[in-house]
Design a protein around this ligand. Sequence first.
Ligand code: PEP
Ligand code: MN
Length: 337
Amino acid sequence: MVVVLKNPAHPAEVRSLVSWLEGMGLDIHVTVGRETTILGLVGDTSMVDIDLIQALDIVEEVKRIQEPYKKANRKFHTEDTVVDVSGVPVGGGHFALIAGPCSVESEEQIIRVAQAVKASGANLLRGGAFKPRTSPYAFQGLGAEGLKLLLEAKKATGLPIVSEIMDLTQLPLFEDVDLLQVGARNMQNFDLLRELGRTQKPVLLKRGLSSTLQELLMSAEYIMAGGNENVILCERGIRTFETYTRNTLDLSAIPSLKALTHLPVIVDPSHATGIARMVPPLALAATAAGTDGLIIEVHNDPPHALCDGPQSITPAQFDEVAAGIRQVLPYAYRYGA
Ligand code: PEP
Ligand code: MN
């Protein structure tokens, strides 16, 4: 429920209203804007008498909101959230350009790719160590060894690192990983989400293969409800009837999510299409549509990649995409601007 106060709202009256509402066992989030003050009531509001609140002198309007997500909801938090990934701000006009191979394969490979993408303007390095593969016979990633190699690349380049955590028991291994990716297949692994909520680690939450935006936001809510508000959302393509591309990139998810939530929203054109030549045009389209960042698979030798070679672009191709992104960015759609 949202309570919009009349303008001007006197601080003493606001305080007394807040403590009265808190007395009903609710959490109250106060947002003081330039024009209006808004109270977000979080908790069981079913017992709250709307008419009683509406009748108060300082109240302009009371709305029951439909959305079951509160902490992720832009209604309670009108400003864009900026997530700090070890010194790299993401969201609120700060663009995350994340690049690197699907999987870490060797020290030489990850360091070479890291140096190349950094030189092209990437500000975060990706690399999978634990891989969620459809086939149990496919390369499953180097595991803990992969994380060690990723840390070497971080040391060599200074780029903060992003890697996928598949299970909550892996958490101690991820202590030095700067941004913990929850993959599409794990978007509704609620035990994992709850555990990540108990940390203050930035989390990159990818949209499930057949998840609605509301389901994605409810998963973000799991993390945030535990006290960790450092969540970045990622559109990575969804299952549709189309089979030409690996998935279908839902570009409309960008402006939709920007309106529904204050959390940063980034796009993964690599998994969305599964086809390397489609990565540049969709990276540019997502940039124009207002994404807060991109996560792109880059491999030094795509035909020999152990995972996702067909959708991986080379460092030279990445260099061109990065230049294109810099050209589009000044013209990108900005929510609320
Ligand atoms: C990945 O980023 O390598 C990955 C497996 O992504 P997703 O969970 O979106 O399929
Ligand atoms: Mn991949």
